[in-house]
Design a protein around this ligand. Structure first.
Ligand SMILES: Nc1ncnc2c1ncn2[C@@H]1O[C@H](COP(=O)(O)OP(=O)(O)OP(=O)(O)O)[C@@H](O)[C@H]1O
Length: 249
């Protein structure tokens, strides 16, 4: 088991219950989409997994280690194992595409090497290989501020994979993209994680995309898990129920 979440709840300081007794087990190699209306707790769930926030109760196990109450130093080690892809890309805009991909290695470097951007030949080769996988080699030396959204997200994928993660967490990776670029990004993502056998959990607004690419879908509503199963079991009726109260949110 790669990840095991047992009965987690999250109450923010303002009293909002963002997660309510959520449990799930993730096996290696799964491609899981998390769907649900705005405010249902999707981002909170991902942020709990990579320890950006602490849960209020319950436990999280990563590779059978209890990571629920980890200290800061240990969290750094865990984060190396978990790549992140963001809606707003989180690239360093003034740096080139290849420099951003190399940044994926920062978690493994000494402070000295990271400050001076010192990378080995092997790391540079690996970064170029990844640029090739997302078909961005010809933009290697272009500043990220000059790239389109879809191109930026391709760099975001390469950077996350550069980190050599066991788990890839994607928080609305296509929410800022048009439908064509969205499919393009999902194609690259799916191809790379399948090829490299990386487990993937992805927050998505688009149910059709979730159905097309996932091996399993989890639906949240008001912080509760209301569906967890194979794509073929996610009926239109269930989808309707999951999103029923969205207009009231
Ligand atoms: N840092 C925070 N402090 C207080 N409340 C928060 C915080 N982050 C999220 N919330 C609240 O927790 C609930 C769940 O939010 P979350 O962002 O996890 O939902 P989501 O499903 O990812 O939504 P969206 O699809 O709109 O991104 C919402 O009611 C939100 O307002």
């Amino acid at each position: 088991m790669l990840l095991s979440i047992k009965n987690i709840s999250k109450r923010y300081k303002n009293g909002i219950d963002a997660l309510n007794d959520v449990s799930l087990d993730v096996e290696k190699g799964e491609f899981i989409s998390i769907i649900g209306p705005s405010g249902s707790g999707k981002s909170t769930l991902l942020r709990s997994i990579n320890k950006m926030i602490d849960v209020t109760s319950g436990s999280i196990y990563f590779e059978n280690h209890d990571i629920t109450n980890m200290k800061k130093k240990e969290i750094k080690n865990i984060r190396r194992e978990m790549g992140m892809i963001f809606q707003n890309y989180n690239l360093v805009e003034r740096l080139t595409a290849i420099e951003n991909v190399l940044h994926g290695q920062l978690g493994y470097k000494s402070t000295f090497s990271s400050i001076f951007g010192i990378y080995t030949k092997k790391e540079k080769k690996e970064a170029f290989n990844l640029l090739e996988k997302v078909n961005m080699t010809k933009y290697a030396y272009q500043k990220c501020s000059e790239l389109s959204g879809g191109q930026k997200q391709r760099i975001g994928i390469a950077r996350a994979i550069m980190q050599n993660p066991k788990l890839l967490l994607c928080d609305e990776p296509i929410a800022s993209l048009d439908p064509k670029s969205s499919e393009n990004i999902m194609d690259y993502l799916k191809k790379i994680v399948t090829e490299m056998k990386i487990t993937c959990i992805i927050n998505l607004h688009q149910v059709d995309i979730a159905k097309k690419y996932s091996t399993r879908i989890i639906a949240l509503n008001k912080g509760k898990k209301v569906f967890d199963g194979k794509v073929e079991n996610l009926t239109d009726k269930i989808i309707e129920d999951v999103y029923k109260n969205e207009e009231n949110e």
